[in-house]
Write a protein that binds this ligand. Structure first.
Ligand SMILES: NC(=O)C1=CN([C@@H]2O[C@H](COP(=O)(O)OP(=O)(O)OC[C@H]3O[C@@H](n4cnc5c(N)ncnc54)[C@H](OP(=O)(O)O)[C@@H]3O)[C@@H](O)[C@H]2O)C=CC1
Ligand SMILES: CC(C)(CO)C(=O)C(=O)O
Length: 317
């Protein structure tokens, strides 16, 4: 029987961490064919040296896939595609993907945001898409070199509500064999919103002050601002009957305190350090949009959206 082909698109913080784990398992046992998709400098570095993950979990820190390609158009016979890109690349990736996959290809987007499943489904409606979220503090150190700090990353994924009968047992086994910490849920949307309430509030506030997860927890003003954003997200989630627990705000601060205090958020790094494209719209934009749609006031999110838009403009001068 032909080996299943697992494709990882994007070797940044998330793809570099989870893709590394899957590939390192496969290098030893070889039950699958693994293809990495990386562009420009990342492609050059990983083709030449392999993918490096600097992490306390992995003393052997280099892994080489069966195949690395520069373009999604070169993907062949994919059984599972991990989409590990920033939200501003998502539609572009999906448009290219739909040209090269069959309806049997399963898609697993490992991204932040509560609308990712819908956005992928809109472009690729026939395929199984497993709604997911991840907790990990990992970032590109240099192209082809990803640095992970703190606790092992965690993946939560679930059944596709529009294709719940799809057999995903082999994917669950893959995650277990790759020693990925994960939960598999019948319905993962409450987990995705739980992640969102945390990452949207901490991401926006840490980006505004260029602070860190620990500072947002401990500084009175930053904590208040994060709490106000969380309340707006909670009101939206309640109106959408997502089923978030009533103590979700306390739980989110507890979750935050499990990260090393100096941990940055990806939004903070993108705005303040890399000064590149960023996911402001995935977080603040989405909250404002849902608020308007559902008749929920979102003044705190609107204020920080405005402040960050101005900050981005100033930094780019
Ligand atoms: N980093 C973190 O700690 C966490 C991030 N997340 C979320 O996960 C998602 C991914 O984030 P993250 O991994 O940090 O992002 P990164 O920017 O670190 O990595 C994304 C990678 O995707 C690559 N890419 C984009 N389009 C393509 C393409 N068409 N072909 C090949 N490669 C492509 C980029 O290439 P290039 O380098 O050339 O631009 C980049 O290397 C985001 O939604 C983020 O919010 C969630 C939890 C934690
Ligand atoms: C807060 C963190 C690091 C948690 O996974 C994250 O998701 C992000 O910064 O995008």
């Amino acid at each position: 029987m032909e080996k299943k082909n697992i494709v990882v698109i994007g070797l940044g913080g998330v793809g570099g961490y989870f893709g590394f784990k899957i590939n390192q398992f496969n290098e030893k046992e070889n039950p699958f064919r693994i293809t990495f998709v990386a562009r420009s400098k990342t492609y050059d570095v990983v083709s030449e040296n392999g993918l490096t993950l600097l992490s306390p979990e992995h003393p052997e820190n280099i892994t080489k896939p069966d195949e690395i390609v520069q373009s999604i158009s070169e993907i062949n016979n994919a059984d599972l595609v991990l989409i590990c890109v920033k939200e501003y690349d998502l539609e572009n990736v999906c448009e290219q993907l739909k040209q090269v996959i069959s309806t049997n290809t399963i898609l697993l987007p490992l991204m932040n945001g509560v609308d990712i499943y819908d956005r992928v489904k809109k472009i690729i409606p026939e395929n199984t898409i497993l709604p997911a979220c991840v907790y990990v503090a990992s970032h590109i150190k240099e192209k082809g070199i990803v640095e992970h700090k703190g606790k092992p990353g965690k993946l939560i994924f679930g059944k596709d509500p529009s294709n719940a009968s799809e057999n995903v047992e082999w994917i669950i086994n893959l995650m277990t064999d790759s020693r990925i910490t994960f939960d598999f849920k019948k319905n993962s949307f409450a987990d995705i919103w739980t992640k969102f309430i945390f990452v949207a509030s901490f991401g926006l506030v840490s980006a505004k002050y260029n602070s860190s997860i620990g500072t947002v927890c401990n500084d009175t003003v930053q904590k208040q601002e994060a709490t106000a954003i969380m309340k707006e997200v909670k009101a939206i989630a309640d109106k959408k009957s997502i089923g978030l627990p009533s103590d979700i705000i306390e739980k989110s601060f507890e979750k935050a305190s499990t990260f090393p205090p100096a941990t940055p958020t990806s939004l903070q790094l993108d705005i303040n350090v890399k000064q590149q494209n960023n996911e402001l719209e995935l977080f603040a934009g989405a909250i404002i949009h849902y608020g308007k749609e559902l008749g929920i006031e979102t003044p705190s999110t609107q204020k920080i959206h405005q402040e960050l838009t101005e900050k981005i403009q100033q930094l780019s001068l």
